[in-house]
Design a protein around this ligand. Structure first.
Ligand code: ACO
Length: 330
């Protein structure tokens, strides 16, 4: 059985920087509050007209170059996003056409912040079962247009940003690659972090009342999210370590979903990790939902923080609630 290994990685963030100071022009907030509560200094926003599939293109090109592959080599596109271009069709199909991939399958994954890790687990199955040799896994998000950029939405709006990351997962005969993946969900908490409209349960799906109430914006119960995140992250990381006979000391680098610096600090404390065992870039990009893990992993690789043979753990928690981990021998 071949191993499923990350053979190429790339990311892209839009050039427009939105600082905490910039946000304070739209809403009653300030740099000190945002940095102290979240660790975020700035995030990137797309220009009007740039969609989630557009943002993914440079990330995919970088990952394909890095893997040394052509479009014809890819067997399947897995596109994780919580902010698809349209309600239908999925962003994966749009990317297939925009980048002129052959007419291969394109699968959208809608599990928000956990989307990329869920996507890796799907790619892993296709590769390990020798169905495909190379699978593309993308996490891409345009969150800026889902934010209520007024004081009404300030608790959520300051946290999120736009960006895209992509990997190629390939069949490998050496002993590196994904060792295991672990997926979870609990829909009892669906409304703690959600976008209520447009909804299939509302006719018409969008109307003036919905817009006036701001139901089309992402809403978050921050305290509830925090409470669950700091439990579920360590739980799913320990699950991945236990399943492979490792302990936290064996982790060379943990790349958690960049949700919030305080969540990352709690994970670090609960697992007893040293500073150099956990990666963070939230200060630059904020929370880019499904894109945050591949962006962070790519930056960590580019900064030589991941070396061949290292034990790398990826973990995410988000809306759903969903949570997941992947453990890799690099
Ligand atoms: N700027 C200034 N003040 C603000 C802002 C803001 N952007 N947002 C809220 N406030 C105010 C509130 O109105 C409140 O004022 P009040 O006391 O007069 O009522 C005060 O700040 C404190 O608000 P709290 O909600 O109690 O603030 P808290 O300390 O809980 O921090 C936060 C809020 C940062 C959202 C926190 O709950 C948190 O970290 N939650 C986790 C959420 C998270 O990380 N989500 C990431 C997305 S989900 C994921 O990826 C896993």
């Amino acid at each position: 059985m071949p191993n499923a290994k990350i053979s190429g990685i790339g990311f892209f963030v839009p050039p427009k920087v939105m600082t905490n100071e910039d946000l304070s022009q739209f809403m009653d907030t300030n740099d000190e509050w945002i940095q102290e509560r979240t660790g975020i200094q700035e995030r990137r926003y797309v220009e009007n007209g740039v969609s989630t599939s557009d943002l993914a293109i440079p990330a995919v090109e970088m990952a394909m170059d890095n893997a040394g592959l052509e479009k014809g080599d890819i067997g399947l596109i897995i596109f994780a996003t919580s902010t698809p271009d349209y309600y239908a069709p999925g962003s994966g199909c749009l990317l297939q056409e925009k980048m002129k991939f052959p007419t291969i399958g394109a699968l959208d994954i809608r599990v928000q912040c956990s989307g990329f890790v869920y996507g890796l687990s799907v790619a892993q199955q296709y590769i390990e079962n020798s169905i495909f040799k190379h699978v593309l896994v993308i996490g891409s998000e345009v969150q800026s247009t889902a934010m209520d950029l007024s004081t009404r939405g300030r608790d959520t709006a300051v946290i999120f940003g736009d960006g895209a990351g992509a990997v190629v997962v390939s069949a490998s005969k050496d002993d590196s690659g994904i060792l295991s993946t672990h997926l979870h969900s609990d829909g009892a908490y669906a409304k703690e972090l959600w976008v209520e409209a447009p909804s299939s349960g509302i006719s018409p799906r969008l109307n003036q009342e919905i817009l006036d109430d701001g139901k089309h914006f992402l809403k978050m119960n921050g305290r509830e999210v925090f409470r669950h995140a700091v439990t579920r992250f360590p739980e799913v990381i320990i699950e991945s370590l236990d399943s492979n006979g490792f302990s936290s000391e064996d982790i060379d680098l943990l790349v958690p979903h960049q949700a919030n610096i305080r969540i990352a600090q709690m994970i670090q404390k609960r697992l007893g990790l040293r500073d150099n065992q956990i990666y963070s870039n939230i200060h630059k990009y904020g929370n880019t939902t499904a894109a945050s893990v591949p962006i962070a992993l790519c930056e960590a690789v580019n900064e030589n923080k991941v070396k061949k043979g290292d034990l790398v753990v990826l973990a995410a928690f988000g809306s759903g609630f969903t949570w997941a981990s992947a453990i890799l021998r690099w």
